[in-house]
Design a protein around this ligand. Sequence first.
Ligand code: HEC
Ligand code: HEC
Length: 344
Amino acid sequence: MKMGINSVGMVLVFAALVAFSIPVKYKGNIEAYELTLPAGFPQPIFPEDNALTQARVDLGRMLFYDPVMSLDSSVSCASCHNQSLGFADNKMISPGVNGELAARNAPTLTNVAYNPTLLFDGFLPTLEMQILVPIQEHAEFNFNIVEIGKRLKKNPDYIKRSWEAYGRQPDSYVITRAISSFERILISGDSRYDQFVNGDKNSLNRSEKRGMNLFFNDLACTSCHGGFNFTDFSTKNNGLYTIYADSGRMRATHLLEDKAVFKVPTLRNIGLTAPYMHDGSIATLEEVIDHYMSGGKNHPSKSELIKPFDLTRRQKGDLIAFLRSLTDESFISNPAFANPFNKE
Ligand code: HEC
Ligand code: HEC
């Protein structure tokens, strides 16, 4: 998304306003949402004022899929974060209202509850704040959260659900928190790789097992893409260019040391989320591996871990097969995450 420094600043100011609007004493439906976590996944941290309840998740799911959120009611969050594609999309850059193109590739929302910071900048701290970005971006919703609230207040179902979930009218407070609640349940940890780790030794074939061994033991991948979510949640430069069109984290921090560094993305569901990198510039996993084998381009911010290495054709195939085994079929077919407006 084409978001200048000013608009990051604006989001923070606006987020502060939304955050501090006075909560009405909550009298709604407080049935907790039972988040079932895969083995080895830590408990995500929920903001104090946004504990997970079923009513909040249900409302957020509707808003996530409802194009009423965009200026001309043509685009929803799901337009760029599509369940069947691991809550990413398959475009280099995704069009928003009027077909306008943003500046970055839409990332997956897989396990986004765990991300300590959002966006490729690795800077915005909460999902609640992040939601303001697509809403006001010209190339996304090109809209305004206060106006969305006005639209929702004309809809009796949203009014009812909003009172149930947060004890107040559907306004900015509710919109940001409800959508975040839905995003926090998008947990994926049932890929064939996970099944293997949890004891089903037949869930990976021999090629995938060899690839797994390369990934964990022979290559530097896990120095950045390690841990239960295949990311250390840091920001790094992986040597895509000598000159970057996108200033990366520096866009938010103004620090030279952050120039062209981007968040290390999760590799879960990576087989579904092509094209790759912040700008969608790499079309396939084969080419991603070619990039890493080449050692990348020189850039002052480039991590020392990005160095040339050799793989045979078979090894390269094995590594890619392993990455594809991180696709979680039950995640992309879970009816609880699907569009609630599509009643079969
Ligand atoms: C036009 C396409 C588009 C639409 C519509 C859209 N997004 Fe995104 N989304 C993106 C892009 C592109 C990024 C990466 C932007 C960046 O890093 O600067 C992104 C990033 C995100 C992130 C950060 C993920 C992470 O791990 O850092 C979240 C969360 C998110 N979007 C949620 C939403 C929600 C919620 C909505 C609806 C309110 C929405 N998006 C609508 C394209 C879109
Ligand atoms: C120094 C840290 C680092 C190491 C080591 C590293 N990566 Fe990455 N990786 C990144 C960063 C940062 C990005 C995102 C760059 C961008 O968006 O421009 C990335 C992006 C990717 C992507 C694209 C993800 C997406 O959603 O677009 C894949 C696939 C990937 N890496 C696989 C690997 C593999 C396989 C290895 C080992 C051969 C590896 N990486 C080693 C930091 C690293």
